[in-house]
Design a protein around this ligand. Structure first.
Ligand SMILES: O=C(O)CCC(=O)C(=O)O
Length: 288
């Protein structure tokens, strides 16, 4: 059991964030990273075959190759779409249901665990305005009926994350605010909702650098942002969310799934295929 101790549980409840180093085995990400590698490789080969890319950049490591390919093609949007967002793949499913993560969630909400339908893979590219996320509460991106739902939100780096490559920053204690109005058109590319500096509450601003294997936990009202990536490599990460299945998710139009249940083992989603079936039956668009 990788349950948190009472001090850690108390810290998240009091401060609205908690960094937990060395809690996931880096090998947990092997399948997911192999999927990303394969996607980039396939795209590079297809694009080269069409005469639109000179070099395959095969010798570049995971944290560089995508950036090299993006720099070398005229339009990167298709490729970036393939490696960002709500990827329902074996690698993503394996991370979502990994016991170390579910144990942490249990420390807060008990043995009924819902994998929330708001989740993302992010390939935050060097010097890319569109992935610099302004101050916001995750609840600002959900329906307000989830205000009282206790969410355990994970931010998980797939490469070591720091100030230079755009790690997260949080405002300690900000989760005690209610849901605040989020303005549209913020961030350097104007593509996010959030809060401008003048509307931020007082509170210590805490930078959250994390090595692979660590996680940052926040709550759905914790104000946080991500810094620009000024490095020469990609800051790959995941953000996943968990809550009690009996509480509103704030995203009714898209189903999540139950990853653990003491009450009814039969309702647990045990395979990617089952998760995909739930999605199909809901009628929600594939990438929703
Ligand atoms: O990963 C990032 O750059 C931003 C993540 C974020 O803001 C979130 O998960 O809510």
């Amino acid at each position: 059991m990788a349950r948190l101790n009472s001090e850690q549980v108390e810290f998240l409840r009091r401060e609205g964030y908690l960094m937990v180093p060395d809690v996931l085995s880096p090998s947990l990400f092997d399948t997911l990273k192999a999927e990303f590698d394969e996607t980039v490789d396939r795209y590079a080969r297809d694009t080269q075959a069409r005469g639109l890319l000179d070099e395959l950049f095969e010798a570049e490591p995971f944290e560089r190759r995508l950036a090299c390919v993006c720099e070398a093609v005229e339009d990167q949007s298709d490729l970036l779409r393939l490696v960002n967002g709500k990827l329902r793949t074996p690698g993503m499913f394996a991370v979502m249901i990994c016991p170390a993560i579910l144990d942490i969630v249990e420390s807060f909400i008990g043995p009924e665990v819902f994998v929330h339908p708001q989740f993302n893979a992010r390939a935050k590219m060097p010097n890319q305005d569109a992935t610099v996320v302004p101050w916001h509460q995750d609840l600002g991106y959900l329906e307000p009926d989830a205000e009282e739902t206790f969410m355990v939100n994970f931010w998980i780096p797939l490469v070591d994350a720091n100030r230079d490559n755009g790690c997260l920053e949080v405002i300690a204690g900000s989760h005690r605010m209610p849901l605040v109005h989020h303005e549209t058109g913020l961030g350097p590319a104007g593509n996010f909702k959030g809060l401008t500096e003048d509307r931020l509450p007082p509170g210590e601003r805490v930078l959250c650098p994390l090595e692979v294997g660590g996680v940052l936990l926040i709550q759905h009202k914790t104000l946080h942002r991500s810094l620009p990536n000024t490095s020469d490599h990609i800051r790959w990460s995941l953000d996943l969310r968990y809550s009690d299945p009996a509480m509103p998710s704030g995203r009714d139009s898209v189903p999540g799934f139950i990853a653990r249940s003491e009450r009814d083992a039969a309702c647990v989603t045990r395979s990617l295929e089952d998760w995909q079936r739930i999605m199909e039956e809901s009628g929600a668009p594939k990438g929703a």
